[in-house]
Design a protein around this ligand. Structure first.
Ligand code: C2E
Ligand code: MG
Ligand code: MG
Ligand code: MG
Length: 278
């Protein structure tokens, strides 16, 4: 059995250059230290109802304030955390902070807001995540906000049966499920329709040119109509200009998120006011 594990581990590492493995190992250690020293912080980015400009909720996005004060992109340190197992500690820190923050916001801004959190593919099917999810869902129910988990299609495809169980459990607990970065993977919405998915987040690579490129426009249009036939709402990621906003509203996309509508910010900097849509 041990030999099997070692072989499997080696095989999984072999495709990654040694320099990347070494860097990730260092990052993993540094991240665990950062969690202990409370240098893992959460920023929040609003998402907006494209029919009336209301802020429906915010997505929690993890930030690492390194000792040198240089910010490092989650696109770099989250994969490193996943490869080294540090993701468990990082996720716990993000879950804890955002739940505490939402407890406050729910009393300030009233009930019905949604807190969206990203769940790593590595974590989704672990028993520990189900424990966290149960606790988070209970906190949300108590404070009167809605919890949403963002998962990627990779996470679902990798462990299909387990993923179905976890996502079904989430639905049972009243937690929304969003499919993050949709369109970047290989799977079709027809296949993913077999899973309890409430929201499809259209990857920003398609949203980027939705107002200027015919192909991008056609892809977004197809995603919106397929999602709606599955009974799922759509969120466009990466809205940076009024032109994109107009195109998305014309296509019937439900919700928008992006720098034009609000950048990720520390809790105190979140703008909760209703947006005026162009
Ligand atoms: P994501 O969940 O798809 O988050 C959206 C990313 O797009 C965020 O990058 C956000 O800052 C960025 N973004 C938002 N609006 C715009 C826009 O108008 N234009 C452009 N170009 N970008 C925009 P960020 O914060 O760097 O996070 C990157 C990724 O790291 C996330 O992608 C998510 O997959 C992962 N991540 C972030 N925080 C966490 C976390 O707490 N846990 C886990 N497991 N993953 C996380
Ligand atoms: Mg996300
Ligand atoms: Mg995304
Ligand atoms: Mg992304």
């Amino acid at each position: 059995v041990l030999v099997g594990f070692v072989t499997a581990w080696l095989a999984s590492q072999i495709s990654r250059p040694f320099a990347v493995i070494a860097r990730d190992a260092w990052l993993g250690q540094a991240l665990r230290a950062a969690v202990r020293q409370r240098r893992i912080r959460v920023h929040y980015q609003p998402f907006i109802d494209l029919t009336d400009g209301r802020v429906l909720g915010v997505e929690a996005l993890c930030r690492w304030k390194s000792l040198r004060g240089r910010p490092m992109a989650p696109d770099v340190f989250i994969p490193a955390a996943e490869h080294t197992g540090a993701i468990a500690a990082v996720s716990r820190a993000v879950f804890r902070q955002s739940a505490a923050q939402f407890g406050e916001w729910a009393t300030q801004h009233g009930a019905g807001l949604t807190m969206s959190i990203n769940v790593s593919a590595v974590e989704l099917c672990k028993p520990a995540f189900l424990v966290d999810l149960t606790r988070l869902a209970a906190g949300a129910a108590e404070s009167g906000y809605r919890l949403c988990i963002e998962v990627t299609e990779t996470a679902i495809i990798a462990r299909t049966d387990e993923a179905l169980l976890v996502l079904s459990a989430a639905r049972e607990m009243g937690v929304l499920v969003a499919l993050d970065d949709f369109g970047t993977g290989e799977s079709s919405l027809a296949y993913l329709g077999g899973f309890p998915i409430d929201i499809v987040k259209i990857d920003l690579s398609f949203v980027a040119a939705v107002d200027v490129d015919e192909t991008a426009h056609a892809i977004v249009s197809a995603i919106v109509s397929m999602a709606s036939s599955l009974g799922a709402a759509t969120i466009a990621e990466g809205v940076e200009r009024p032109g994109q906003l107009r195109a998305l509203r014309d296509l019937g996309c439900d919700i928008g998120q992006g720098y034009y509508l609000g950048r990720p910010a520390a809790a105190a900097g979140v703008d909760w006011t209703r947006r005026t849509l162009a």
